[in-house]
Design a protein. Structure first.
Length: 249
């Protein structure tokens, strides 16, 4: 366990340093994308879709930040193992740890997003003691994202155009998730969202961060099941394909 931890830590640190090396703003470039997205959506929809949503700016920024972690981590996981072809050929490394280091790298940058979100929520007077439940949600978000990352990184060896497919799916998934709009009770969007793990992730995050609500145990249980099932399926797929990675490369 100690050796595995050291390897994951060093690999994650190397990725983080390499990604920000030579950059004037460093990790703050990671904040630029969601900030611009937030500002544009706020200007466009605040008077329309956001007119009936309490604390719409906080509602919107929370959705954008939570989504951005999932989007960035899964997109980078696609090429996580394939991009380390030399490493997996020359050293007997646990390939799962390579994917984990990618998700951790994005997670460390995500912490700066969460700090920015916290400052914004405090300024708006939204943050309360219920924010103490957020680490539980964050843990399930990480497990779910890691599970998807395991699937993508292994399937990418078989389906070389998976990157383009995933990009299209993510765009559709973004619009299918209530990030900048609210679902109408009983509408078709509410029924579709019952099968959308990111709906639970974002809604529960808004409950504890924006609206000072204790997370609904039913919604939390459903999201936990989604996270654990996806992680389990991702692990099975990864374990089936990973012994043949060297052959595909």
């Amino acid at each position: 366990m100690h050796k595995n931890f050291d390897f994951i830590f060093e690999l994650t640190k190397a990725r983080f340093k390499l990604r920000n090396e030579g950059s004037f703003l460093g990790v703050f470039w990671y904040l630029l994308g969601p900030l611009l997205t937030f500002i544009i959506l706020l200007l466009v929809f605040s008077a329309r879709l956001g007119s009936n949503i309490e604390h719409y700016s906080s509602y919107l920024l929370t959705g954008v930040v939570v989504w951005n972690f999932f989007s960035a981590a899964t997109s980078q996981s696609l090429n996580a193992v394939m991009g380390e072809a030399t490493l997996i050929k020359s050293l007997p490394v646990n390939k799962r740890h390579i994917v984990l280091s990618v998700v951790l790298d994005v997670f460390f940058s995500h912490i700066f997003e969460l700090l920015l979100l916290s400052v914004f929520l405090i300024y708006n007077g939204s943050l309360s003691v219920t924010a103490l439940f957020f680490p539980i949600l964050l843990a399930f978000q990480f497990i779910f994202t890691f599970g998807v990352g395991l699937m993508l990184s292994s399937l990418h060896f078989i389906f070389r155009d998976l990157g383009q497919v995933w990009s299209v799916l993510m765009r559709a998934w973004w619009f299918a998730t209530p990030i900048f709009y609210m679902l109408h009770p009983g509408g078709p969007g509410e029924k579709v969202s019952m099968f959308n793990p990111m709906f639970y992730s974002i809604e529960l995050s808004r409950d504890v961060l924006v609206y000072s609500r204790v997370p609904d145990l039913l919604l939390l249980g459903i999201f936990a099941c989604f996270a654990l099932v996806v992680y389990g399926v991702g692990s099975v797929i990864f374990n089936r394909i990973s012994p043949k990675f060297a052959e595909y490369v």
